[in-house]
Design a protein around this ligand. Structure first.
Ligand code: C2E
Ligand code: MG
Ligand code: MG
Ligand code: MG
Length: 292
């Protein structure tokens, strides 16, 4: 429709545009092409040890610069990838480039034991060869399994809880860590916390937003400390997502949250920027980039 309207004039991406079935099919085809031809790239967002104020790892976030429509948000194209089956190839690309980036970052920074966290979709968890592929990729890159964390949301368990559990358990038996992402936003988060074998709990940004600025109140702080206390009692590492202000930083740190992630520390960075971020931090451990 965008093309027909004005010859070669392309309309930038919009939700309304995507809702048209024709455009959705076109986007799916473009995405398939991008995955096959190296059109996707990786962004890395620092994970910060809140007590030490130091970067301990990165979350890998996939990026797609559409040749005509510009940057398409992953919240949109990951869904398209899931519907069209491209998600398995997309997932394989992200895993491979995340491990490759981790090796290079460790080399450049002269550090070891950094972690990379990779988002996994439900379809990937149902894929028969997943565990073997993950173990093989770690071995090829010479990384310890504990340096990889795989992030899943409760939604992965909706299709087939038994398979999801078994696969996650198998990954853990190899030493790969599992994180429950966007905790607290789902339909029955507490019940999934019991049913899915996890090592890390990532508190959704919405709870972090509730302890900063105009939204801050005693209830928000109590809910956040309650989640951290629950997570600690279960022996899990707690990560707060979306820390944007000093105020939310103070509250999550005070609540005993282990790690944090957010624009206050750094935005998702290109691999080169991520290396520069580690180098700057090594110069000054208290250094924090808010400009990247
Ligand atoms: P997520 O896994 O919860 O990723 C965190 C999202 O929060 C990222 O958005 C990140 O850029 C954003 N974020 C981090 N800190 C802040 C902050 O301080 N403020 C704000 N406003 N946002 C912050 P992004 O990169 O747009 O990704 C959105 C979602 O897309 C991810 O949520 C994840 O569910 C999905 N996704 C991204 N990459 C992949 C991937 O490689 N595979 C799969 N299956 N899903 C992915
Ligand atoms: Mg995530
Ligand atoms: Mg998340
Ligand atoms: Mg999130």
């Amino acid at each position: 429709a965008a093309k027909a309207a004005g010859g070669n004039r392309w309309v930038p991406f919009s939700r309304a545009l995507l809702d048209a079935a024709h455009d959705r099919a076109e986007l799916a085809a473009d995405l398939r092409h991008a995955v096959a031809t190296g059109g996707l790239h990786l962004a890395l967002q620092p994970l910060v040890d809140l007590a030490a104020g130091r970067t301990v790892g990165f979350e890998a976030l996939v990026r797609w610069q559409h040749p005509q429509r510009g940057n398409v948000p992953p919240s949109v194209f990951v869904e398209v990838a899931e519907e069209s089956g491209t998600i398995l190839d997309l997932g394989a690309f992200v895993l491979e480039s995340a491990l490759e980036a981790l090796v290079e970052l460790q080399r450049a920074a002269g550090r070891s034991g950094l972690e990379v966290s990779v988002n996994l979709s439900g379809h990937q968890l149902q894929q028969p060869g997943l565990v073997a592929a993950v173990v093989d990729a770690l071995r090829r890159h010479g990384l310890a399994p504990g340096q990889l964390c795989l992030e899943v949301t409760e939604s992965v368990a909706v299709a087939d809880l038994a398979t999801a559990r078994n696969t996650l358990q198998e990954l853990r038996s190899h030493g790969v860590r599992i994180a429950l992402d966007d905790f607290g936003t789902g339909y029955s988060s507490l019940s999934y916390l019991r049913r899915l074998p996890v090592d890390v709990l990532k508190i959704d940004k919405s709870f972090v937003d509730d302890v900063s600025g105009e939204r801050a109140d005693a209830t928000g702080a109590a809910v956040l400390s309650g989640i951290v206390a629950l997570s600690s009692a279960l022996g899990l590492v707690t990560v707060a997502e979306g820390i944007e202000t000093e105020q939310s930083h103070e509250v999550v740190r005070g609540a005993g949250c282990t790690w944090g992630q957010g624009y206050l520390f750094a935005r998702p960075l290109s691999p080169a920027q991520a290396a520069a971020h580690l180098a700057a931090e090594a110069q000054n451990p208290r250094y924090r980039s808010t400009t990247a």
